[in-house]
Design a protein around this ligand. Structure first.
Ligand code: AMP
Ligand code: MG
Length: 415
C-alpha cells in the first residue's frame, strides 16, 4: 500500500466538529450533593431561608446592652451580673434586662434585649459576674440573620460547575439534592488477540493490555464514570456481542486497536453491523486512523481509537475528552494551552498536526517545554514522562530550539 498523501486526509478540526455536532449534554438527574460534586447544575438554586438563619454571636463572650458598658475602660471596668449561659444549638431562655448580661458561645442565638457581644478577651471571664474592660458599639460581634444570603436569592445558577465550595453552599442553604447533568458512563475495551491482562504470563507474541487502563483513567480524569471492560480478541462476533452487552450501561464507548488497514482490523468490520460508524484518516500524528459514529438502539457515541498506546491517548485527549465535557455540560471543552519556549527541536510530517509529548515547567517566570521521547507511537515510557503536548501546526515541519510554541497542558484533575 502506498503512503497516504496529506490531501486525502481529514483535518483535525473538521473531525472534532463532526463529533461535537452529534454529542450533546446528558439529560439532568437529581443527585445528592456529593454525587453532584463535579457535575454541572441544571437548575437555578434559590435560597428559601436567610443565611445565617438567626442573629448569632460571632465570638465566645457576653451578650450585653451596649449602653450598660459605654463607660468601660481598662482602668475602670464595668462589672455586670451573669444570669446564664447560651451554647450554640440551644434555644435562648433569657432576655437580657438592663444591667445584666448572659455568657454566650460562638454561633449561639443572641438573646432578646442584648444588642452587642463583648468578646471573652475584653473581660475577666467571670461566671457569676463579669468585669468588662472595653465598651462595645451596638451590633458589635453579632452576625445578623440574612447578612450572608437573604431569602429568595439565586445563590447558584444553572450551568455552574459544582466544586467543593459550591456543594458546601448548597448544603448551607439546606439543599439535600439538586438537578445536575450526570457524569457520562464510559465503557472502555481493548481489541487485540495479542493482549493479556497486566500480571498475566507473557507467552511469545503477547503483550500486556495498556490501553484499557490508560483510557479508563483518562476518562475518570475527564469527569466520567468509567468501566474498564478489558480485552476483546480480534474476532468481530465477540466484539459485537461484548458491545451489545455493554451498551446498556454506556453513554459513550471507547475501543482501541483494529482501526487501521490490517487483515485483522476487526473494529472496522464489526461496527458496520451495529451502527453508523465512519473510519477515517485524520491529518494528525500520532493517531491518524479514527473511527467515530453512533451505535446501538440509543445511538451511543462510539470512538474506535488506534491501538498504539500513544496514539490512543492523544486521540482521547483531542477527540474523546471534549465530547465527554460536552456531555457533562462543562466549559471549556478543550485543554488549556500556553505559549512555551522550546528547549529542543521538534519535527512534524508536512500536512499533519503533530502532538509531541513534552514536559513543561515554569522557569524564571516563563513556560519552558522539553520534548520527551521519540515520535514512535508505541513509546509509552515517554508518554508517562510527559505532562504536556506541543502542538505543531499542519503547515510546519520543524520547530527550532527557542521557538515559542503552543503547548497543551495535561493537568491532572479528578472529578
Ligand atoms: P492496531 O491498531 O490494533 O493495529 O494496534 C497497533 C499497535 O498497538 C500494535 O502493535 C498493537 O499490539 C498495539 N496495541 C494495540 N492495543 C493495545 C493495548 N491495548 N495495549 C498495548 N498495546 C496495544
Ligand atoms: Mg490490533
Amino acid at each position: 500500500m502506498s503512503a497516504p498523501t496529506a490531501d486525502s486526509l481529514k483535518g483535525v478540526d473538521a473531525h472534532l466538529t463532526d463529533i461535537l455536532s452529534v454529542v450533546g449534554p446528558l439529560s439532568p438527574l437529581d443527585f445528592t450533593l456529593l454525587d453532584a460534586h463535579g457535575c454541572v447544575l441544571a437548575e437555578d438554586i434559590v435560597s428559601t431561608h436567610p443565611l445565617p438563619p438567626f442573629d448569632n454571636s460571632a465570638m465566645d463572650g457576653y451578650a450585653v446592652r451596649a449602653s450598660d458598658i459605654a463607660a468601660a475602660t481598662a482602668a475602670s471596668p464595668v462589672v455586670l451580673p451573669v444570669v446564664g449561659d447560651i451554647a450554640a444549638g440551644s434555644v435562648t431562655p433569657y432576655t437580657v434586662q438592663p444591667g445584666l448580661c448572659v455568657r454566650i458561645m460562638t454561633g449561639a442565638p443572641v438573646p432578646p434585649g442584648a444588642d452587642a457581644i463583648v468578646p471573652l478577651e475584653w473581660t475577666d471571664g467571670g461566671i457569676a459576674q463579669v468585669s468588662i474592660r472595653q465598651a462595645a458599639q451596638p451590633g458589635a460581634h453579632i452576625r445578623t440573620a440574612g447578612e450572608d444570603v437573604p431569602p429568595g436569592t439565586t445563590v447558584l445558577s444553572a450551568g455552574t460547575h459544582l466544586g467543593a465550595q459550591q456543594v458546601g453552599l448548597l448544603a448551607a442553604v439546606g439543599r439535600e439534592r439538586v438537578s445536575v447533568r450526570p457524569r457520562p458512563r464510559v465503557v472502555v475495551l481493548s481489541t487485540g488477540s495479542e493482549l493479556v491482562d497486566p500480571g498475566q504470563a507473557l507467552t511469545t507474541g503477547k503483550i500486556p493490555d495498556a490501553n484499557s487502563t490508560l483510557l479508563t483513567a483518562a476518562a475518570l480524569e475527564a469527569g466520567a464514570i468509567a468501566f474498564r471492560v478489558g480485552i476483546v480478541p480480534d474476532d468481530p462476533r465477540v466484539l459485537i456481542d461484548t458491545l451489545e452487552d455493554q451498551l446498556i450501561r454506556a453513554d459513550l464507548v471507547v475501543t482501541s486497536g483494529g482501526v487501521s488497514v490490517g487483515a485483522y482490523d476487526v473494529v472496522k468490520e464489526a461496527l458496520g453491523r451495529i451502527g453508523e460508524v465512519k473510519f477515517e484518516r485524520v491529518a494528525m500524528q500520532p493517531g491518524m486512523p479514527q473511527g467515530f459514529g453512533l451505535i446501538g438502539p440509543d445511538k451511543t457515541p462510539f470512538f474506535g481509537l488506534p491501538g498504539n498506546p500513544v496514539s490512543a491517548y492523544v486521540s482521547f485527549e483531542v477527540f474523546v475528552r471534549p465530547a465527554l465535557r460536552r456531555m457533562l455540560g462543562v466549559e471549556p471543552l478543550h485543554r488549556p494551552t500556553v505559549r512555551a519556549r522550546l528547549n529542543a527541536p521538534v519535527s512534524s510530517p508536512s500536512g499533519k498536526r503533530t502532538y509531541a509529548r513534552a514536559w513543561v515547567a515554569v522557569e524564571k517566570g516563563e513556560y519552558v517545554v522539553n520534548p520527551v521521547g521519540g515520535s514512535g507511537s508505541h513509546l509509552i515510557a515517554s508518554l508517562a514522562g510527559s505532562n504536556a503536548l506541543v502542538v505543531v501546526p499542519e503547515s510546519t515541519t520543524t520547530l527550532e530550539t527557542g521557538a515559542v510554541v503552543t503547548t497543551m497542558l495535561l493537568e491532572r484533575r479528578q472529578r
